[in-house]
Design a protein. Structure first.
Length: 642
């Protein structure tokens, strides 16, 4: 905000350095938040003059909407740091109904005088001395300069969060807001508020602020870990934490921002609002945090925060319930999520986020072999919902991601899908799901290293996500890096030993290594709790066949055929079983069925194969790959365009 100053500012026992952005007293740094320092600097630069509150707000928080109370809290922080007498107001004087004035005498010490004492007045003449004395002064000045440089270097090492802000890389973790309602059934509301805060903060300034997603923060919920320890584990300079108490249509929220390096509470506030004002509250908190960590928001971002509007209470709750069930990653969960998202839309037809959630639910439901809805019905519904969300709000990274995944996984429209993924990441590069799903696009195009890079970014945005770690294992397996795939699956299971997709990934990695007994054991762990899990049954059938247990494999295959139909990835799984059984005619007949329903599993066959789990290339295989590659140009599934 400020040009490089040519001087220090001194008042009382303090020295303020505008370049290094530090306040010192007796050589010791005074701890100040970035915005408290900025407030002090503006006051000191205008010492002796009254600064109106509006002027201060504009100078300290340009292009950011903050309340007047934030300024008052900053002034209070400054007074405590300066040891200001509450009665005498030695440094900062409050001018009633107007603003503030820095009343202490301020002296300016040029940088060109490195040896100047704090007591030396500005402009004091330096008397000429004899040569030996002059030489000693030069030695003393050089020594002081060296000490200053060492101190600056130590400061640079000890205060990495300020270094990150100046370099443009700050990380904020949002811990789950604690449910103080006394009702476990209200946990979805607290978790949903946390997720929405992540979304709000993640889109503020993705180039400068990385926001760690909710599943990672949930890992820390209920623990007794020190916040500094949590910050180190998640790699975050700041943590947003708080609590929610729900009482009918009222909600009381306590939010606090903590600097993890030293545990300092930079900001805290209690809110008592109607549930219908929850979106306005989220925008308000996001704007305040942006100011506290020194983000310079664009006019568009500022306008977006200011444009937040009240929402129907029941619609908001239904949306949160929908996301809660969607995150379960089960066919039953997707079906339940669709009910809640549709209810939210019925109550508020202009609720863009609800349409985006509906698109995500239909997309994954249409990809699940256990789902009761045919893929050709679910996927067009997903696209329609995503397009509606974007018509209502084209800035939603979530909606662009939903549309991109449908175009990749169902329409095989490579160009449009990538365009939507890139748009989503431009809008919010903190959105883990966009990185996660874009990795599948890259892997399908044979760009293995780029796909793994995207998954690394997804994991960085959500370091404790079980589904991301499970899919990292799958991608490593596709890449032929089997030992790493096993390790990634085990890391996922360390987080959630009962997560079926992690066991599936581990089983597939073992199968790719020809470790059939270990693979069989992993698939059986899934079926012990969900005997209808078709992906696990298909994996088990393949491993039985490859282990010489043909009778068991054929029995499982028949059971799958009896309940399969044309749902999800079922035809692709059946084809793979026939392939390992050596029945090539049936294999390609089922691959043809998979092609007709646009089975998403086929896209991974384009440039990634797993030994023993797919067909050997022949004329039919080559023909199938060519048809998949050119599917988006045949016009049959062009659908709506934007």
């Amino acid at each position: 905000m400020h040009q490089k100053a040519k001087c220090f500012y001194e008042f009382g026992p303090f020295r303020l350095d505008p370049v290094e952005r530090v306040l010192l007293t007796a050589g010791t740094r005074v701890a100040l938040t970035p915005k408290a320092f900025e407030t002090l600097l503006v006051l000191v630069e205008n010492s002796g003059h009254i600064l109106e509150k509006d002027d201060l707000l504009k100078q300290v928080w340009p292009d950011t909407f903050v309340e007047e109370g934030t300024l008052a809290r900053n002034i209070s922080t400054l007074r405590k740091a300066l040891g200001d007498d509450p009665e005498g107001e030695t440094y900062v004087e409050t001018v009633p109904r107007r603003g503030y004035c820095f009343v202490a005498m301020v002296q300016q010490v040029p940088y060109e005088e490195p040896g100047a004492s704090l007591a030396t007045p500005v402009g004091q003449p330096i008397t000429s001395e004899a040569e030996p004395r002059s030489f000693r002064r030069w030695v003393l000045a050089a020594g002081l300069l060296a000490l200053f440089l060492v101190a600056a270097y130590v400061f640079w090492l000890r205060w990495p969060h300020l270094r990150a802000v100046r370099a443009g890389g700050t990380t904020l973790a949002v811990l789950p807001f604690e449910n103080l309602s006394g009702e476990p059934a209200q946990q979805f509301f607290a978790d949903g508020f946390s997720e929405e805060m992540i979304t709000q903060l993640g889109g503020l300034d993705p180039n400068r602020l990385a926001v760690i997603a909710g599943t990672s923060a949930t890992h820390s919920q209920g623990t007794v870990k020190d916040l500094r320890e949590i910050g180190r584990e998640l790699g975050a300079e700041y943590i947003l934490a708080g609590s929610i108490r729900r009482d009918g249509d009222r909600v009381r929220i306590t939010a606090r921002l903590i600097r993890t390096e030293d545990g300092t509470h930079l900001w805290a506030k209690d809110y008592d609002r109607s549930v219908r004002d929850i979106l306005v509250l989220q925008s308000e908190v996001a704007g305040t945090i942006a100011g506290e960590i020194n983000l310079q928001l664009s006019p568009e971002k500022t306008a977006r925060l200011a444009a937040a509007h009240p929402v129907d209470q029941d619609a908001y709750e239904s949306y949160l319930q929908g996301r809660y069930f969607w995150n379960k990653r089960t066919a039953a969960g997707y079906a339940k999520a669709i009910e809640y998202f549709n209810d939210a839309i019925a109550r508020d037809p202009k609720y863009a986020q609800a349409y985006s959630g509906l698109a995500d639910a239909y997309t994954l439901l249409g990809s699940s072999p256990e789902a009761g809805m045919p893929r050709r019905e679910a996927m067009p519904k997903a696209k329609a919902a995503a397009l509606t969300a974007l018509q209502l709000d084209d800035s939603l990274a979530e909606a662009h991601t939903s549309l991109a995944f449908e175009e990749l996984h169902y329409e095989w429209n490579w160009a449009e899908s990538e365009r939507e993924f890139k748009t989503a990441l431009q809008l919010n590069s903190n959105y883990a799901t966009a990185h996660h799903w874009y990795a599948f696009w890259l892997m399908s195009r044979g760009r293995t290293d780029d796909a793994l890079d995207q998954l690394s970014l997804a994991e960085k945005a959500d370091p404790l996500s079980v589904i991301i770690k499970s899919d990292i294992s799958q991608m490593l397996m596709y890449a032929g890096r089997y030992e790493q795939a096993v390790a990634a699956a085990r890391r996922a299971l360390d987080l959630d030993p009962n997560f079926p997709l992690a066991h599936l990934a581990l089983g597939d990695a073992y199968a790719a290594q020809q470790k059939h007994l270990q693979a069989i054991a992993e698939y059986q762990k899934i079926l012990a709790t969900d005997n209808g899990y078709i992906w696990a049954r298909a994996g088990l059938a393949r491993s039985y066949a490859l282990n010489g247990q043909r009778a068991e494999a054929e029995k499982l295959l028949q059971e799958i055929l009896n309940g399969c139909g044309n749902r999800g990835s079922c035809p692709h799984e059946v084809a793979a079983i026939y392939g390992v059984l050596g029945e090539k005619e049936q294999e390609f007949a089922w691959f043809e069925k998979a092609y007709q329903i646009r089975d998403g599993g086929l896209i991974m066959m384009l440039n990634a194969r797993v030994s023993g789990m797919g067909p050997h290339p022949d004329a039919r295989y080559v023909d199938l790959m060519q048809r998949i590659e050119s599917a988006s140009s045949d016009g049959k599934l062009a659908g709506q365009s934007r």
